[in-house]
Design a protein around this ligand. Structure first.
Ligand code: SF4
Length: 364
């Protein structure tokens, strides 16, 4: 990494306009740079013949083009692809591509590790290492799309990889801004989902700032159980969380997705399903039921199919939309709750993995 060099993918368009002006160029150059970075996906500044040689040299020595290096790529038999990326400080993160043509969803990481310590997620037990920069988030999309070439276009983005996205609010918000800029990748906000374990103040801020989809990791319908599973519930109780959901500004026909991980004998009983119906009363909600992927060393197990269906029936019987989401990419450690920034040669990647926020299920 060049010392003092700028990670150019950290800049929103306006920030880039300010920067090009500060180095003596005209503001419109920023739009050209955005096109080179995000539409042409250049690998080197000398590919940009519409820029002067002196500006190319300035960019070459003063900026860093790639915030990530691709260290490994593993494809599951169901087509799910896990990308292991190296960061400039030697740390690693993962992104997961879930192909479901014509939809290609990329699950993004927002932090290295996580401070929230959810009991079913080993990322939480490893703890928080650091936030990702906007450039490191945006580059996950750029690098996967670069790899894909013209074979397909990433259509949907979900912030459900490693980390709690709303605990890294500024970088995630800037990344969304950059990803949606019409001069660049031009993602629609409607195709981006931000997931949270329930950071209420940041949820309210997100609702004001950005019309992205919201997913809430719920996993329990009662405070006692949820606090046991997710310590964040001791700070923001279910009452606070559901009130924030009721206030959340949603476009017509939009709903909040509630992720509910089904853990055998823990939160999968009919009484939990009934409590969930009551809890979500009056909320524009849909529920994704995600049977837990058990792994060696895990204290939790996947419920039986009968138990899963019985739980679902109670929700649908109460007119709640509830889908059972089957995990994909299990054998490469890319399934829900298995995200790990570990290479294939690491013994941990064969089971005793760190999990990501990663209870990703495709937004409906
Ligand atoms: S489930 Fe999400 S919020 Fe909870 S510890 Fe894991 S990464 Fe953090």
């Amino acid at each position: 990494m060049k010392t003092d060099a700028i990670l150019i993918k950290n800049f929103t368009l306006q920030q880039l306009e300010d920067w090009v002006e500060s180095v003596g160029e005209r503001r419109f150059r920023a739009r050209q740079l955005y096109r080179h970075l995000y539409v042409r996906r250049i690998r080197s500044w000398d590919e940009c013949s519409d820029l002067s040689k002196s500006f190319q040299a300035q960019l070459e020595f003063g900026t860093v083009l790639d915030a990530l290096s691709l260290e490994e790529k593993r494809t599951s038999s169901d087509g799910t692809v896990k990308y292991l990326f190296g960061l400039s400080d030697g740390r690693r993160i993962e992104s997961v591509l879930i192909p479901d043509p014509p939809r290609y969803t990329l699950c993004l990481s927002s932090q290295v590790g996580c401070a929230l310590s959810c009991r079913f997620c080993l990322t939480g037990t490893v703890g928080f290492q650091r936030n990702l920069s906007a450039a490191e988030i945006v580059d996950q999309v750029c690098r996967v799309q670069q790899e894909a070439g013209n074979r397909f276009r990433i259509s949907n983005l979900v912030f459900m990889g490693m980390g709690e996205p709303l605990a890294n609010y500024e970088a995630v918000s800037n990344a969304v801004h950059i990803l949606c800029d019409p001069n660049g990748m031009a993602f629609s906000h409607r195709r981006i989902t931000v997931s949270t374990a329930g950071l209420v103040p940041q949820m309210e801020r997100l609702g004001r700032d950005s019309p992205v989809n919201l997913a809430v990791s719920l996993h329990a319908p009662e405070d006692g159980l949820r606090s046991e599973l997710m310590p964040v519930n001791r700070t923001y109780s279910l009452g606070d969380l559901l009130n924030a959901c009721r206030r959340y500004p949603l476009a017509p026909r939009k709903r909040i997705t509630f992720e509910y991980l089904l853990l055998d004998g823990v939160n999968d009983q009919p009484r939990h399903a009934k409590a969930l119906v009551k809890l979500l009363h009056g909320v524009k909600a849909k529920v994704n039921l995600i049977p837990f992927n058990s792994y060696p060393g895990s204290e939790f197990r996947r419920p039986s199919e009968e138990r899963i269906l019985a739980f679902q029936e109670i929700l649908t019987g109460a007119q709640l939309t509830a889908l059972v989401r089957q995990s994909r990419g299990f054998e490469i450690g890319a399934a829900c709750g298995q995200l790990a920034a570990l290479g294939k040669d690491d013994p941990s990647s064969r089971g005793e993995t760190e999990a990501g926020h990663g209870f990703f299920s495709l937004p409906g």
